[in-house]
Design a binder for this molecule. Structure first.
Ligand code: ADP
Ligand code: ZN
Length: 727
């Protein structure tokens, strides 16, 4: 009879699977999704069984051992990861590994943060009596230390054995404190479901049906800002829980959405449902604990960012992607998956509805609705009294360029402050000014690694590269002409804050950007101050546009909208429309809001549509442009980025592959090679080729060639499928 063979994705940067023979003793226990250790070259490495089959195993090595009795991934999750690894051209073992918490597959069992006792071996040379006792002790000795919950996974009923070992002096036992998780330990007030508006009711009933039907169905909930999308999520999740299933909720960036987490807790915790929040502040141990709790079925709702798409829920009954238009769902390096797209795939594999929500859906999602692949549910009005704010474009042409804040905006701020209301000001650039300029000779300062200008940060006295963090203390004299008139040019949030303080000395001002929120909890502190009305004017980057519900904000001002609009990216209009509509939506949550957008291009359709909060018209215009040029969603892209030392060398290598791809032919447009917009980054030269195809299959064919093409030493090739950021 043919022997049992396991195909294994080893945790190594290799794209292919490896086959191993399964020894008789493991045949009954080995299953797909299981973690194993296998001999690999001269080492032993961990990996995951992707499939089992029968065949001739003569020349194959044996699977070493199983890492755990149970599979680490169930079949749908395993398939999802393998599919994604293939699609995004990433080593399958590494893709699987990124779906698992760190530590799960390391040799030493991890210290678990939730468990209450930690056991360590004492220095005794004698051995305990019982076999079971010896076994447990040997396990702990090998690991160095182990927690009760970890030992529970390894042994049945270890507690009495452990107590005996402690009594006899073989082990010491210490209590470990459960770490405070700010997301789950702050108290919340329990709340009740709201009675839905007519539009919410229609959307909810449709989703309720889908949840009960319990098969894959994709939805887009397009609701203007403040229309009560979250309430629809909450009530739909309640339905999911009623069906005995679990909810998976993805948000763009968990640290920026404490309010959303609070609303889920307020609704479900008192009823005894258990929520896990996966956020970047978790230690490896905590992440490991959450993962295991989820896998065990102890969790009803998982809320997390991008990587939570791999949360090991047993029976998801609904997957929600909040603010689905956000580009942070796409991982920018390594395994470049898009969690929104994988959500649809996971929904297909497990058979559950998937709900994408946004006030400004990505063009791709709107396109899917238009072509009947996704069902659209709409909320066109705000949930309570507040009408959408009135938006005006302030034309900057003709105004003095050194005046950052137009007269109209100044007046608007003054009126708002007089009325005792709050102001939000968006300037999408942090630091004091984008560069320091010598007034005598025109000298500027550039990053030696990235070739972009260094941003001036006044408070900390740094010139800093926003890509690689290179920084220097600003010189007092120009290194070229020795002149002493080095002046900050242009504006960043730090400078805006200063200007505002000069114009409105009585106002209490706060700033929210990456510089002021880098410390843990700093972001939440600013949000709290805004909610408690301890701040009159909040200045910030796009961070202030995201997901907040500040009832006291009556005026939103946007300072340099053109900076977003003029990015060298075919999605610039979409980004600008979305950012402006989102930030405008922060105004007048309780009625009578006003928005002023300063711009040099008041006639641009993205700005006109954002001002009118008119998604439909924006979509119609934008999709024409995409169709004409074959850009997504009307076509498919992949970006091939070459990087290495030496401009000419990298360029030549890129030309080599381009020529090869031209020879291979096919109906794919090959653009480039051309220097990346950031043509030097972290010391490396970068050149890219953009592939544009009408059909995915055409693109795939060319990518297969590109992937098997051997890049010469010293130049590396990165393939980005469905790229979002092409800098
Ligand atoms: P969105 O997520 O669509 O921007 P939110 O869910 O934040 O909107 O809702 C905006 C505000 O409207 C919140 O304060 C919320 O409590 C309130 N709200 C939502 N639905 C209702 C409803 N049916 N009745 C009354 N208030 C509601
Ligand atoms: Zn740099």
């Amino acid at each position: 009879m043919p022997e049992l063979i396991a195909d294994i994705a080893v945790f190594a940067p290799l794209r292919q699977l490896f086959s191993y023979r399964v020894a008789e003793s493991l045949c009954d226990s080995i299953r797909p999704g299981q973690g194993v250790r296998v001999p690999f070259g001269r080492r032993r490495v961990a990996g995951i069984v992707t499939a089992l089959r029968r065949g001739t195993a003569e020349k194959l090595k044996d699977v070493g051992e199983l890492l755990a009795e149970e599979p680490l991934l169930d079949q749908p999750l395993l398939e999802l990861c393998c599919w994604a690894a293939d699609y995004y051209r990433y080593p399958v073992g590494m893709a699987l590994r990124s779906a698992l918490p760190a530590g799960l597959v390391s040799a030493v069992p991890r210290v678990s943060a939730l468990s209450d006792s930690l056991y360590r071996p004492a220095e005794l040379t004698v051995q305990p009596k019982g076999n079971k006792q010896r076994e447990v002790l040997a396990f702990i000795q090998t690991a160095g230390e182990a927690t009760l919950s970890c030992l529970r996974d390894e042994f049945s009923a270890p507690h009495t054995i452990l107590e005996r070992l402690v009594e006899q002096g073989f082990l010491t036992k210490t209590k470990i404190e459960k770490l405070r998780d700010p997301f789950l330990s702050d108290p919340v007030k329990t709340d009740m479901p709201l009675s839905l508006t007519a539009e919410q009711q229609v959307a909810f009933e449709r989703l309720q049906q889908a949840v009960i039907a319990d098969i894959f169905s994709p939805f887009l909930l397009q609701g203007v800002t403040g229309s009560g999308k979250t309430e629809v999520y909450l009530q739909t999740i309640a339905e999911v829980l009623k069906q005995g299933r679990q909810g998976l909720v993805l948000v763009p960036e968990i640290a920026l959405t404490p309010q959303l987490v609070g609303r889920f807790r307020a609704r479900f915790e008192a009823a005894g449902y258990r929520i896990a929040v996966l956020h970047s502040g978790l230690s490896d141990g905590e992440r490991f604990d959450s993962w295991r709790q989820i896998a065990r079925g102890d969790i009803d709702i998982v809320i997390g960012a991008r990587s939570a798409i791999f949360a090991p829920l047993q029976k998801p009954g609904l997957i929600i992607i909040d603010e689905e238009h956000e580009s942070s769902y796409k991982q920018g390096e390594g395994f470049r998956y898009n969690a929104r797209d994988l959500a649809l795939l996971r929904g297909q594999k497990v058979g559950c509805p998937v709900l994408l929500g946004s006030a400004t859906p990505s063009l791709g999602s709107a396109f899917r609705c238009a072509s009947g692949q996704m069902e659209k549910l709409e909320l066109t009005r705000r949930a309570h009294a507040g009408e959408l704010p009135k938006v005006d474009l302030v034309n900057l042409s003709g105004q003095p360029p050194e005046q950052l804040i137009s007269t109209q905006l100044q007046e608007g701020i003054a009126t708002t402050l007089d009325a005792g209301q709050q102001v939000l000001l968006l300037l999408n650039r942090r630091g004091f000014s984008p560069f320091l300029l010598c007034a005598d000779c025109g000298q500027t300062f550039r990053c030696p690694n990235c070739e972009i200008t260094l941003t001036y940060h006044q408070k900390v006295q740094h010139l800093r590269c926003h890509y690689c963090d290179y920084s220097i203390t600003p010189p007092t004299a120009c290194p070229r002409c020795e002149g002493d008139q080095l002046e900050p040019e242009g504006f960043g949030t730090e400078r805006l804050e200063q200007e505002i303080a000069e114009l409105f000395p009585a106002a209490r001002i706060a700033r929210m950007d990456r510089d002021t929120t880098s410390r843990k909890g700093a972001h939440q502190k600013i949000v709290r101050k805004m909610l408690d009305r301890q701040v009159d004017i909040l200045v910030g980057t796009q961070m202030i546009a995201k997901g907040h519900d500040f009832p006291g904000v009556a005026l939103v001002g946007v300072l340099a909208s053109d900076a977003v609009l003029n990015l060298p990216d075919f999605r610039a209009a979409e980004r600008a429309f979305s950012l402006l509509t989102q930030v405008a939506g922060r105004a007048g949550r309780t009625g009578g809001g006003r928005v002023l957008i300063q711009t040099y291009s008041p006639d641009h359709y993205a700005l006109e549509c954002a001002a009118a909060q008119d998604y439909a018209t924006f979509y119609e215009q934008e999709i024409l442009f995409r169709q004409e040029l074959g850009y997504p969603p009307a076509g498919h892209l992949a970006n091939l980025v070459f990087s290495g030392i030496g401009e000419q060398k990298v360029q030549k290598v890129a030309e080599g592959l381009t020529a090869y791809l031209f020879d291979v032919g096919g109906p794919v447009e090959i653009l480039g090679p051309s220097p990346c917009p950031l043509f030097r980054l972290r010391g490396k030269h970068r050149v890219q080729i953009l592939l544009k195809a009408e059909k995915r299959s055409q693109l795939k064919r060319l990518l297969d060639y590109a992937e098997h093409w051997k890049a010469p030493a010293g130049v590396s090739l990165t393939i980005d499928v469905d790229p979002l950021d092409m800098f």
